[in-house]
Design a protein around this ligand. Structure first.
Ligand code: MIC
Ligand code: SF4
Length: 643
C-alpha cells in the first residue's frame, strides 16, 4: 500500500511504537527551534538535565517575541539565551533578525526532516516538506537532550487544492476557507497533507501561510510535498543542496479528503474573536477601519510586502487609518529595500515596525478603544491585541492594503486596479550575519551562563497525592485559549519568573483567580479547573500549565482538550480528565468542593474514576486517556521528576 508524506517521514524517524490508530509513537527529532518567550524556560529545563551539549543535528534559539524591552527583564533573557547557546552548541538568531518561523523557512528548514519548536506555529516549516510540530518547552528540551518526541499516530487528511486562484485572492483566503470547513476544534491528532495541481502555482512562502494557520485548526501539523517549487525556493536561498524530493505515493490512503477549487474562492475575513468566524469580505460590508497591521509569521514574506508596496505606490493611506507594517525577517526587509519596494510603502504613510512578532503578540500597537483593526496575523482571540473592546479581523495582505486606502473594509477586487505580478526573486540577497553559529566543542565548556535577577529555576511539582480533596477555583466555557489562561502582551516579560507571572493566571476572565488559588493551595487542598470543549487552544506556552501547577492546580476536568496544552499539563503533573457525560459539566459551579478518593491507586490500576461533588451531594464519572509513559509522568508529578 502506498504511503503518505507523513508516513514516509515518520517511518524514517521512528524510535518507538507502531504507526497504528490510537498508538503512541516516539520519533527522532532532527531540528529544534525556540523563541525567547518560551526559550528561557526550555533552556533552564535543558540545563537541569546536566548534559554537556545538545544532541540534535541543529537547534536554533530565536529572539523575536519580547523585543520591546521595557524594564531589564527582556534584555536579561536575551543575554541568558545568547550565553546558553554558546555553551551548548546552539545557533542563535539575534533580536532584529526576524520572526522564528520566517527565518527558519528561509535559512534552516529541510524537506524530509523533523522539527519541533516551542511555538505553536512551528508547522510553518511544513511548507518545505518537513514534519514540523509545535510543543511545550520541556518537550523541546527533551528533544535537544536526544530523547524522542511522543505523539499519537496521526490521522492524515488530504487537502486537494485544484486550479488557480483568481486575481486578488491569495493564500490567506485558502487557509481561511479551510478554517471555515474544519473550524478551530475537533482536529486533535490530525495532520493536513496538501496535494493537487493547485500547488503548481503556490510558492513556498504562500504554502507557509497555509501551513502556519493550520495551527488555528488545532492539527498536529500541515505538510506539503517537496517539489520543483521547493527546489526553486531553496536555490533562491542559496541552499540548493538542502533540497530533496518528497511526494505521497499515488495509491496512498488517507483518513479523509477535502477538495478546494481555488478559482471558486473569494477574499475572506475571520471576524472577532475567533479565527474560524469566517465570512466573505463582501458579506461583512464596508465597516470603517481605524488600524491595519500587516506582518506576523503568517503574512510577511517578500511577496506579501512587494505586493502591498505596488498597491500603495503613489497613494496615501486613508486619513482615519494607522497602517503598521512589520516585515517577517531582516532578509525580507533588506530585499524589499534593495528592490525599491520599501520606498513606496514609506511614501504612502505606513509605519514601519521592527521585524519581530510585535503587534501580533499584543506587546505594541494596541488599537484604539472600540475600534476595528484588520490584521494579516493568525489569531484574533479576545483581548490579545491589548485593547479589550477592539474588534480584530484577520484578512489577506491584499484586503488589508485595499482597506488602508479606502478607510473601510474593502474587497481588493473593488479597487478597480490591476493586480501587480510579483514572484519571489530567483536569488534572494542572503546575509546570515545576525545568526551566531555554535562555538567549537572545546570552547563551549568555558562559557559562563549569564542570569539576570528575573530568571528563576523552573519550579517542580509534588507527586500526585493519594486523594484529591479540592475546590473548583474557576469554571470556564468552550474554546478557552492559552491567551485566556495566561496572557502574553505586556505580561510576557515575566516568562522566566514563574512566581511573578503566576499572578496573571486567568487574568482576562477573573482577576481574583490568583488570590483564591493561593488561599486554596495554602490551606493544603487542590485547585481544580472546570472547562468546556477545546480547552487550551492556541499558543504552545507551557506557562499555561506551569503557572497553574505553581498555584496548586492538580486536575483540569474538561469536555475536550487541545493537543499541545494537554501534553503540557501532563508534562507538569496536572491530570487532564474528560467528562464521560458532557451534561455533568452543567451541574458544577465555581466554588464547589470536589473529591476524587484513591486517585493515585486508581491511575496505577487504570481503573475508572468517579468525582464526588461534596457541595451538591452528587457524583459523576470522568475518563482519562494516558499512555503508560504519561501515567508515570502524572504519578511522579511531571516529566522533570520522572527523569
Ligand atoms: C503566539 O502566537 O501565541 C505565541 C506567542 O507565539 C505563542 C508562544 C508563546 O506564548 O510564547 C505560540 O504560538 O506558541
Ligand atoms: Fe510571533 Fe505572532 Fe507568529 Fe506567535 S503568531 S510566532 S506572536 S508572529
Amino acid at each position: 500500500m502506498g504511503k503518505t508524506i507523513t508516513e514516509k517521514i515518520i517511518n524514517a524517524h521512528m524510535e518507538s511504537g507502531k504507526y497504528l490508530p490510537g498508538e503512541e509513537i516516539g520519533i527522532r527529532i532532527d531540528q529544534t527551534l525556540t523563541q525567547d518567550a518560551t526559550g528561557t524556560m526550555a533552556y533552564l529545563q535543558f540545563e537541569s538535565m546536566n548534559l554537556p551539549e545538545i544532541r540534535t543535528n541543529l537547534s536554533v534559539s530565536y529572539i523575536d517575541h519580547n523585543t520591546i524591552q521595557i524594564g531589564f527583564e527582556n534584555a536579561d533573557d536575551h543575554r541568558y539565551l545568547q550565553s546558553v547557546a554558546r555553551r551548548f552548541g546552539i545557533h542563535l538568531s539575534r533580536a532584529g533578525n526576524g520572526i522564528c518561523h520566517q527565518v527558519h523557512l528561509e535559512r534552516f528548514g529541510k524537506p524530509g526532516e523533523t522539527l519541533i519548536g516551542s511555538d505553536s506555529h512551528t508547522p510553518t516549516a511544513g511548507a518545505l516538506g518537513m514534519l514540523a510540530i509545535g510543543a511545550g518547552g520541556l518537550d523541546v528540551a527533551l528533544a535537544m537532550a536526544g530523547k524522542p518526541f511522543y505523539l499519537q499516530s496521526p490521522k492524515v487528511f488530504r487537502i486537494n487544492l485544484l486550479g488557480k486562484l483568481s486575481p486578488w485572492v491569495s493564500a490567506k483566503d485558502i487557509i481561511l476557507k479551510i478554517l471555515s470547513i474544519f473550524t478551530t476544534k475537533g482536529n486533535v491528532g490530525r495532520i493536513f497533507e496538501y496535494g493537487g495541481d493547485g500547488l503548481l502555482s503556490l510558492s513556498v512562502p504562500e504554502r507557509a501561510t497555509i501551513a502556519n494557520m493550520g495551527a488555528e485548526c488545532g492539527v498536529t501539523t500541515s505538510v506539503f510535498p517537496s517539489d520543483d517549487m521547493t527546489r526553486r525556493f531553496l536555490k533562491a536561498q542559496d541552499r540548493g543542496k538542502d533540497w530533496s524530493p518528497l511526494q505521497a505515493d499515488l495509491d496512498a490512503v488517507y483518513d479523509g479528503e477535502t477538495t478546494i477549487e481555488l478559482s471558486h474562492l473569494e477574499p475572506l475575513a475571520a471576524r472577532p474573536h475567533s479565527p474560524d468566524h469566517i465570512s466573505s469580505v463582501r458579506e461583512i460590508g464596508p465597516i470603517p477601519v481605524q488600524q491595519i497591521c500587516i506582518g506576523s509569521c503568517t503574512n510577511s514574506s517578500y511577496k506579501d510586502l512587494a505586493t502591498i508596496a505596488e498597491i500603495l505606490r503613489g497613494k496615501t493611506v486613508h486619513a482615519d487609518v494607522s497602517l503598521i507594517i512589520a516585515p517577517g525577517s531582516r532578509q525580507v526587509l533588506e530585499n524589499i529595500i534593495r528592490d525599491g519596494y520599501l520606498t513606496h510603502i514609506i511614501a504612502s504613510g505606513a509605519r514601519i515596525m521592527e521585524n519581530a512578532c510585535g503587534f501580533c503578540i499584543g506587546n505594541s500597537q494596541s488599537p484604539p478603544s472600540k475600534s476595528v483593526s484588520l490584521r494579516t496575523s493568525n489569531r484574533n482571540f479576545f483581548g490579545r491585541s491589548g485593547t479589550r473592546d477592539a474588534d480584530i479581523y484577520l484578512v489577506s495582505p491584499e484586503t488589508a492594503v485595499a482597506s488602508a486606502l479606502t478607510g473601510r473594509l474593502t474587497d481588493p477586487r473593488d479597487l478597480g486596479a490591476t493586480l501587480p505580478f510579483i514572484s519571489f526573486p530567483k536569488k534572494y540577497h542572503v546575509d546570515d550575519g545576525m545568526i551566531l553559529r555554535p562555538l567549537e566543542t572545546e570552547e563551549r565548556g568555558k562559557v559562563e551562563i549569564v542570569r539576570g535577577p528575573n530568571i528563576g529555576a523552573p519550579p517542580r511539582n509534588n507527586p500526585l497525592p493519594d486523594d484529591i480533596d479540592g475546590e473548583v477555583t474557576i469554571k470556564v466555557g468552550d474554546k478557552i485559549t492559552t491567551d485566556h489562561i495566561i496572557p502574553a502582551g505586556a505580561r510576557m516579560k515575566y516568562r522566566s519568573n514563574i512566581s511573578r507571572y503566576s499572578q496573571y493566571v486567568f487574568e482576562p476572565l477573573d482577576r481574583h483567580f490568583y488570590k483564591r488559588a493561593l488561599q486554596i493551595r495554602d490551606s493544603g487542598r487542590q485547585n481544580i479547573i472546570i472547562a468546556g470543549q477545546s480547552y487550551g487552544q492556541g499558543s504552545s506556552r507551557e506557562h499555561a500549565a506551569l503557572c497553574p501547577m505553581f498555584l496548586g492546580v492538580k486536575v483540569v476536568i474538561a469536555k475536550t482538550f487541545e493537543r499541545i496544552h494537554a501534553a503540557n499539563l501532563i508534562n507538569f503533573g496536572i491530570l487532564p480528565l474528560i467528562f464521560q457525560n458532557g451534561e455533568d459539566y452543567e451541574k458544577i459551579n465555581s466554588g464547589d468542593l470536589l473529591q476524587i478518593p484513591g486517585i493515585r491507586d486508581a491511575l496505577k490500576r487504570c481503573a475508572p474514576l468517579q468525582v464526588s461533588n461534596i457541595t451538591s451531594g452528587s457524583a459523576f464519572p470522568v475518563v482519562y486517556e494516558l499512555t503508560d509513559r504519561q501515567q508515570k509522568l502524572i504519578l511522579a508529578g511531571g516529566a522533570l521528576n520522572a527523569q
